[in-house]
Write a protein that binds this ligand. Sequence first.
Ligand SMILES: Nc1ncnc2c1ncn2[C@@H]1O[C@H](COP(=O)(O)OP(=O)(O)OP(=O)(O)O)[C@@H](O)[C@H]1O
Length: 215
Amino acid sequence: MLVKFEVEKRLGDFLLSAAGELAEGLRCIVGPNGSGKTTLMKILAGLMKPDKGHVSMFGVRSVVYISDLPSPPDVLGIDVLAAGRTRFSKKPISEEEEETLLKYAELLGVAQLARRRWGTLSGGERQRLVVAAALAAEADFLLLDEPLSNLHGDWRKRVMETLRNYARQRIVVVTTHHGDVLDCCAEILAMREGKLMWRGPPSEYTWPIDGKCDV
Ligand SMILES: Nc1ncnc2c1ncn2[C@@H]1O[C@H](COP(=O)(O)OP(=O)(O)OP(=O)(O)O)[C@@H](O)[C@H]1O
């Protein structure tokens, strides 16, 4: 599977101009606030149309983009888990389907939240349920915008390790500001002011951390 892109997009004063390709594995897009990470992700996911250029996919049958998953307070954890597959369809979840959903929930330690109501969950519990729902969608190309927000360091690591394993036969792209998890990804794509300034393996990513956790 391969995704190739060469795109330009103007949003007010901001100009995104980026080109590259994405193969199987876990990739992290990093960069300061407003550098264009979300804009690029939405264009790659087909949710935003570029002004110029194109995104071409080879062997990719399904694409899922998830940032947050605003849910009604009364909705059950299991329904949130199912949302990535069914988009809150009213059809009851079959036993077999529930088994699959719980398998992904277990990977992120949230299977026990299946019968809890969204409104009663902590920020970190909600975040892990949302990532589990994204995994359960089983897309060939998965884009997760800031999947680590609200998560403590240990959970950040576990989520990223889970995504790394999941990405063995899929293209998975995440955005993050957390420098402590970059070792988990196959490649880092660093953005500045709408441009992809650098890409390479985490072992070579010395610029521009300058000793801070924030990337
Ligand atoms: N609809 C819009 N109209 C005008 N400017 C926009 C619009 N959408 C986004 N922008 C601007 O485009 C720039 C890039 O935004 P984007 O959300 O892609 O950045 P980001 O790197 O994801 O930032 P963050 O780390 O804060 O989430 C920002 O300056 C933002 O204000």
